[in-house]
Design a protein around this ligand. Structure first.
Ligand code: BEZ
Length: 222
């Protein structure tokens, strides 16, 4: 049995859970911030340790964007608290400043379709895959990525996507392949030619292509 698949734009369901920082109601914990909820197969595993250490080092970067990180792993609070000491040691961290949800009964893993049926633990139970959910301040799902248990995530890429999400929700642009903060952007296909001067007073560049359709319009990042 698994939960309903969540699509981008869906309301992200609220939940309550025990965490390494006490019991939380997810919406109350978020307050008016965005959140990144990312799941892990299990405590005391090597790839997960590198991921949690990386996110701990990036906490200021997430906070600068108004995003609160929260991890989930299918072990209990006691186990999480012990593991955090290993993560701090591995990452040479003086503190560990975000909660880890204790989903030892896999209730949230099921609810949010996070189980990886190809990765089975010693008891024959599927482990959680590496799911990433970015939820905005209106509690809407804005990004969802699933990685297999055997591939660690690139959190610089997730920060890059958050930058794109936050830029494109207020400006009439989309960000191209490999875009980074400050890079050139694409004028949205829905922007009419007559609206370009008003929206992009510094002008845009239209790339000529064999089709002659003029759809590839580039602007400095607004
Ligand atoms: C890990 O975190 O290293 C890991 C966990 C489960 C399966 C494979 C790798």
């Amino acid at each position: 049995m698994s939960g309903k698949a969540l699509n981008i734009g869906d309301q992200f369901p609220n939940f309550t859970a025990d965490t390494s920082e006490g019991r939380i109601d997810f919406y109350d914990w978020m307050q008016d911030s965005w959140a990144i909820l990312f799941s892990h197969p299990a405590d005391y595993t090597p790839v997960c340790t590198t991921e949690l250490a990386r996110v701990a080092a990036l906490v200021p970067e997430f906070h600068r964007r108004g995003v609160k990180p929260i991890a989930l792993s299918c072990d209990n609070v006691e186990s999480h608290k012990g593991w955090i000491e290993d993560i701090k040691s591995f990452g040479k961290l003086s503190s560990f400043d975000y909660p880890i949800i204790a989903d030892d009964k896999r209730e949230l893993a099921l609810k949010f379709n996070m189980l990886d049926k190809d990765e089975i633990n010693a008891e024959g139970i599927p482990l959680t895959c590496r799911a990433v959910f970015v939820v905005d301040d209106k509690k809407k799902l804005r990004l969802s990525i699933l990685y297999p248990a055997t591939t660690g995530r690139n959190f610089d890429e997730i920060l890059r996507v958050i930058d794109s999400l936050q830029l494109t929700q207020t400006k009439s642009v989309a960000t191209p392949a490999d875009w980074k903060q400050g890079g050139k952007c694409m004028v949205l296909p829905t922007v009419k030619t007559e609206d370009v001067p008003k929206l992009f007073p510094d002008g845009i560049e239209t790339i000529e292509l064999p089709s002659g359709k003029g759809y590839l319009r580039i602007t400095p990042q607004p």
